[in-house]
Design a protein around this ligand. Structure first.
Ligand SMILES: Nc1nc2c(c(=O)[nH]1)N[C@H]1C(S)=C(S)[C@@H](COP(=O)(O)O)O[C@H]1N2
Ligand SMILES: [Mo]
Length: 326
């Protein structure tokens, strides 16, 4: 496919438009069935619409216009994989735990308190967040520090839009994202694998980078519980654990915050955690990754890209030793 590079350092496919989850899925089934010769002639269209109907039923739709400047050309991960292979330790540490147990999370009503070094602290509910800026669909790579990756069509807008609204003071140098920690909704909190609540953080300039996405949906729908409903952050050039789920509090602060994984294993998980194939995890290489849904004997692992392929963020780290600030 013909592609061009854009200023965000990611690949843009030539045409793109809002693609609801049902249509992604229908297309996949459709291609599979063509490959196996099980579909012919007039059955094609019928199959497409039936699939779309069957798979789209249930979840709440969320309309958004695709922003082609933020769409990677990689094949999108199947919705089924993106919603059944998850890390969300508040619901257990197995990959399938969140899809099995996150049903107890109540994503509405929900509020996010924004406080700290801001001129306009505020508490916003989900409807206010949905209206704060135009919703965009963006297809990002997500690279977990464990060595697997996915490609997900998120829905949201640049976190910078929210930063503008609350007007950080001159003392604001970092942003802290705090996830819900409610034992009644989250069975995983009984286990001390991490210090609860789950906390993540960014430097203010990282938080202000247009790629940093305040995320309210995926695959044309509101976020499924296991993916961090009703609101999460997505920072595509960093390892997945920087993208905190089910956020209830956002604090603008002066000093670098302590973060959940850094507290748990400081020698393994640094504050920055930029995707970097040249800096190995102490227990494994970060040079390659397995794209979920792509497993096969013939498929070699993919090479992990510097900053997960989002090369234009490099300017955020000019003069920094990324081996030291891992
Ligand atoms: N609150 C919270 N956020 C979290 C996690 C978590 O355990 N708790 N796991 C992180 C990790 S390790 C990854 S890889 C991504 C996974 O996001 P996904 O399940 O939507 O693909 O969420 C991140 N956000
Ligand atoms: Mo992860």
């Amino acid at each position: 496919m013909l592609i061009k590079r854009n200023p965000n350092g990611i690949d843009i496919p030539f045409s793109s438009e809002i693609t609801p989850r049902a249509v992604f899925e229908a297309r996949r089934t459709f291609i599979k069935q063509i490959a196996f010769g099980s579909v012919a002639g007039g059955a094609l269209l019928d199959l497409l619409s039936r699939e779309a109907f069957a798979q789209g039923a249930g979840a709440q739709k969320l309309a958004a216009k695709t922003n082609p400047a933020f769409v990677v050309m990689d094949k999108t991960t199947a919705y089924k994989d993106a919603t059944s292979y998850n890390n969300f330790y508040e619901f257990g540490t197995d990959k399938t735990d969140p899809s099995h147990y996150a049903g107890t999370l109540k994503p509405r009503p929900w509020t996010v308190a924004i406080e700290g070094e801001v001129k306009k602290p505020m508490t916003l509910d989900i409807d206010s967040l949905l209206k704060l800026a135009p919703l965009e669909e963006r297809v990002y790579r997500l690279r977990c520090v464990e060595g697997w990756s996915m490609v997900i069509p998120w829905i949201g807008y640049s976190f910078a839009e929210l930063i503008k609204k609350v007007e950080p003071t001159g003392n604001a140098k970092y942003v802290e994202f705090i996830s819900l920690a409610d034992k009644k909704q989250m069975p995983g909190l009984r286990s001390p694998v991490l210090e609860w609540p789950y906390v993540e953080g960014l430097r203010l300039d990282e938080a202000n980078h247009p790629l940093t996405l305040l995320t309210l949906g995926m695959y044309g729908e509101v976020l499924p519980n296991q993916n961090g409903a009703p609101v999460r952050i997505v920072v595509p050039w960093k390892y997945g654990f920087k993208s905190a789920k089910s956020i209830v509090k956002i604090r603008f602060i002066k000093d670098q915050p302590k973060t959940a994984w850094n507290i748990a294993a400081p020698q393994e998980y640094g504050f920055y955690s930029n995707v970097n194939p040249e800096v190995d995890h102490p227990r494994w290489s970060q040079a390659t990754e397995r794209r979920i849904g792509e497993d096969s004997f013939f498929k070699p692992k993919r090479k992990t890209l510097m900053f997960n392929g989002y090369s234009n963020v490099a300017s955020l780290y000019t003069g920094m030793d990324l081996k030291k600030f891992f």
